[in-house]
Design a protein. Sequence first.
Length: 223
Amino acid sequence: MTDNAKCFDSQRSKKIEKSPNISHILSAPAHPQGNALAGRAIQSLQEKLNLVLKQQKLAEDNLDTILPIATLSLNTPTHKSLGCPPYELLFGQAHSTRGSTSEGASRSTVDLHANLPEGQLETVRANAIRAQSDAQASSEQRYDSKHRQTEFGVGDSVLVRSRSRNSKLADKFGRIAKVVTRTNDIYRLRDLKTNAEFIRHVSKLKKFTPQTVCIWPPPRQHR
């Protein structure tokens, strides 16, 4: 899982993807939250691989040895957003390293599925979905409380975010407009220079505050 950076679309990356058991998943374009999740997952794997390399005293080219260890180490602890380990979510019970008997260590994943009580796997997955939904709802509520949209009234002057900029140093909000009408979070605006009317979402607007021009040096006062 990666973002949409050009380096992940190179010929070398495509050549690696042709290897068995490798599936390349891209995050949604123009979606910073998705890119952050993908980047955090990659960072967690890199940190775990580095830790395994130091503990096992192996070289970086021994991926066949360290990757299964790192993957198991990431999938066996309990994830707060799921309420259970990802391993348990997949196989229906905890891994043998987390308190199971020595008998379970000798059984394959096929045997584990065959001996699961009816409905146990569905219960584990249902609990994980509920825990993740609760975590997402809590995160959304916390985000909304810190990022409340500003409301504007009819006749207010606002700054409008530019859709494109010729330079990184150009102003993000390049137009001054006045609110004509409002429907929920959608505003009809009138450009103060051209009198042209257009529509924008409230997230693309900012309160306009006239700036005081400072003249230096100040003019001399004649007595």
